[in-house]
Design a protein around this ligand. Structure first.
Ligand SMILES: Cc1ncc(C[n+]2csc(CCOP(=O)(O)OP(=O)(O)O)c2C)c(N)n1
Ligand SMILES: [Mg+2]
Length: 313
């Protein structure tokens, strides 16, 4: 009887903890989505410099993986689709939007733009696979300093066809570096389907190099966070480099207006989007309020930035 009671108390505590994590992740994911949709609107208004690659539909990778890190010391290396990673890392809405608008208030003074973001231990670069050797270098430095820091580098499935990534796997495994290769497999490289770009499997590649590897439903934010937390903890305690494959789907265009996928295919993924899925596990009114708060926050930032344009251009 006592055992049963203890079990029930454990289950209730676990549920409460999951709800609190889901709320935190939902808040972050809805903020990311609101910013991404706003950037697409700003692009249509002609207010952005260059293009944008949004992570609509992939918000769970950012929230789940980056919340498994120690943001005070760990390093995040991101790619061309990096706004969500950036916001999950530091929630700097103004610095990001201003950066993509090419304004001096941007986190890199408006010079780096969408694909070259840097703040504290966050770095991004639009060269496919290009961050992999850099991340491997960071991990080498952190290992030699004995800092206990873990480096995570995000790549898409298409980038997994780039050679630089395999040189990185080799050194990471050879030197047992504290690095996590996070593969956001959204099944497309621009308009090329994964079957036409990738031979073999990602897990098979990890195994060939001796990397620990796992694959999760990348739209299940708790599953992503659980897997990333366990892997990061293993890496931090010296168990060597790892790969985490996140199965997901891009709900928006590759960049802007360049989506030639079958609209029915995109529709078939709508209910599986991480935000929709998380919402079904939470109170709908709370979700609506959280979404309104995110919209108000982003609108206020955009209004301020628009008003500043005349003065700063
Ligand atoms: C070395 C290099 N080649 C080509 C490109 C142009 N390019 C930008 S994104 C992209 C597709 C990337 O696909 P994937 O890695 O799956 O990431 P996703 O866009 O799906 O997030 C390509 C070909 C590039 N940025 N860098
Ligand atoms: Mg892809």
């Amino acid at each position: 009887m006592r055992n049963n009671t203890a079990e029930i108390v454990d289950i209730a505590a676990q549920r409460a903890s999951n709800i609190s994590r889901l709320k935190r992740f939902y808040s972050e994911m809805i903020l990311i989505r609101t910013v991404e949709q706003t950037l697409l609107d700003l692009f249509s208004e002609g207010l952005l410099r260059g293009t944008v690659h949004t992570c609509l539909g992939q918000e769970a990778s950012a929230a789940g993986v980056i919340n498994a890190l120690d943001k005070d010391r760990d390093i995040v290396c991101s790619n061309h689709r990096g706004h969500g990673h950036y916001l999950a890392y530091c929630a700097d809405v103004e610095g990001l939007i201003a950066e993509v608008m090419g304004l001096p208030q941007g986190v890199c003074g408006g010079i780096g733009g969408s694909q070259h973001l840097h703040r504290k231990n966050f770095y991004s670069n639009g060269i496919l696979g290009g961050m992999s050797p850099i991340a491997t270098g960071f991990a080498t430095a952190e290992k030699s300093k004995n800092s206990g820091a873990v480096t995570v580098v995000f790549h898409g499935d298409g980038a997994m066809a780039e050679g630089a990534i395999y040189e990185s796997f080799n050194l990471a495994a050879l030197w047992q570096l504290p690095i996590l290769f996070a593969v956001e497999s959204n099944k497309y490289a621009q308009s090329t389907r994964i079957e036409s770009e990738i031979a073999g499997s990602f897990l098979g590649r990890a195994e060939a190099f001796g990397l620990t590897a796992a694959e999760v439903d990348g739209n299940d934010v708790l599953a992503v966070n659980d897997a990333a937390t366990e892997i990061v903890s293993n890496i931090r305690t010296g168990k060597g480099p790892a790969m985490l494959v996140l199965d997901t789907y891009r709900m928006g265009p590759h960049s802007k207006g360049d989506d030639d996928r079958n609209p029915q295919e995109i529709e078939s993924h709508r209910d599986n989007c991480p935000i929709t899925r998380t919402r079904t596990q939470l109170d709908a009114d709370w979700c609506d309020e959280t979404k309104l708060a995110a919209t108000a926050k982003v609108d206020a930032v955009v209004n301020t930035l628009k008003a500043s344009r005349g003065r700063t251009d």
